[in-house]
Design a binder for this molecule. Structure first.
Ligand code: 5AD
Ligand code: SF4
Ligand code: FES
Length: 372
């Protein structure tokens, strides 16, 4: 068995040694046979490192207020067409309780950058969710100070999602005028230092983005040693300055997912809602070229339609229960299985707080491999 794993791993080693030039070549490759061989390879790498299980995380979008003005996003503060909402702390708790009832063991608390919730209140909520619901908690509430991140961590938050969106500092500056690339990366460093399992990611097809810049995004995924990587296509929103610009390409997004899998190997990679929005089978396709996580919407029905980061978002008229069942059917139809568990990172096997590691899977510490 060890022999077999070692020889398989030898192949993995070859596969994941990508230089920037090679990544650019793959991103510019349009030969259908070659692209499909890339997807198959990525699927093998996923199977080898992550197994056939699909992890689920329920997303609760608790506020669509945002103090920022990112050019691509429908929640930007200048969008005065959006009906804004804030869920109360009790409502958020109840949504988490419903998620737990539906067998989610991780919830993601996501919002725009909304200063209306005090850090103290959010910490009380996190503590209560940990104590009463025994959930793994991921926060996705934007850029904060080190002290605030520390308070959330001390309250029991396990993970944090903060996409860098693009690794091009100039594109970042143009699209995210209220922030800088350096500040974003500093937040990611702090989160790591504080012991969070850290998720980041990018948007594929942003106006002005090049294959070179996407290749650098992929190398940055590796350099940041991320626990999770969210990759989604750009979807132009009519009430933003990027209205009318071209939609991100499905195949290019899938290629970024496949290459991210091959370069980072044992990272959690979700089949994102955005990929399911541009193609009805987008999430299934992502699960077949590297993805191993799916994050169904667990937001109560009445709020969903207002969390319009981009238009035509899927599942707006569904209940959390509908989405949960839909995902079960989707995963089963692919011959895969939803795993009920916290779905911790596989990267730092002895450091996480939750302890449901998959010790049978090959890991970094057993097969140390360097990327060039
Ligand atoms: N298209 C695709 N993704 C978007 N996001 C925001 N606006 C868009 C858009 N128009 C994503 C960003 C952000 C997350 C909240 O939503 O990646 O991190
Ligand atoms: Fe706010 Fe995030 Fe949208 Fe930017 S991407 S406007 S920070 S919700
Ligand atoms: Fe929501 Fe399919 S995931 S209906």
């Amino acid at each position: 068995m060890a022999e077999q794993l070692r020889s398989r791993d030898g192949q993995q080693e070859k596969r994941q040694r990508f230089t920037k030039v090679e990544l650019v070549e793959w991103l510019n490759e349009h030969n259908p046979d070659k692209v499909s061989s890339l997807f198959q390879e990525a699927d093998h790498v996923r199977k080898f490192y992550m197994g056939g299980e699909v992890h689920i995380r329920g997303i609760i979008e608790f506020s669509n207020h945002c103090r920022k003005d990112c050019l691509y996003c429908g929640l930007r503060k200048s969008n005065d067409q959006l009906v804004r909402y804030r869920m109360g702390l009790e409502e958020i708790f109840q949504a988490a309780q419903e998620a737990r009832r539906l067998d989610f063991r991780t919830v993601v608390l996501q919002s725009g950058e909304d200063p209306a919730y005090s850090v103290g209140d959010l910490c009380i909520l996190v503590k209560r969710m940990k104590k009463e619901l025994n959930l793994a908690i991921t926060l996705g509430i934007g850029e904060r100070s080190f002290e605030e991140y520390k308070k959330f961590k001390d309250a029991g938050a396990d993970r944090y999602l903060l996409k860098f969106e693009t690794s091009s500092p100039s594109l970042f500056k143009r699209l995210k005028p209220d922030s800088t690339y350096a500040e974003r990366l500093r937040c990611l460093e702090w989160l790591k230092e504080l012991g969070y399992q850290v998720g980041s990611g990018n948007i594929v097809g942003l106006p002005g983005q090049t294959s070179e810049s996407l290749a650098e995004d992929i190398l940055l995924f590796k350099a940041l040693d991320l626990d999770m990587i969210g990759i989604g296509p750009f979807i132009p929103h009519p009430n933003t300055p990027l209205a009318g610009t071209p939609l991100g390409d499905l195949e290019q997004t899938l290629k970024v997912i496949a290459l991210a899998r091959m370069v980072t190997r044992n990272t959690h990679i979700p089949a994102t809602t955005a990929v399911g929005t541009i193609d009805p089978a987008g999430r299934q396709k992502a699960l077949q070229c590297g993805a191993n996580v799916i994050m169904p919407n667990a937001t109560p029905k009445e709020f969903r339609k207002h969390y319009q980061i981009y238009p035509n978002k899927i599942c707006l008229d569904e209940s959390p229960q509908n989405c949960r069942f839909c995902i079960e059917a989707m995963v089963t139809s692919l011959g895969r299985k939803i795993v009920s568990g916290f779905g911790d990172t596989l990267k730092h096997p002895h450091s996480g707080p939750l302890g449901d590691r998959k010790s049978h899977l090959p890991r970094e510490d057993i097969f140390p491999i360097k990327i060039v």
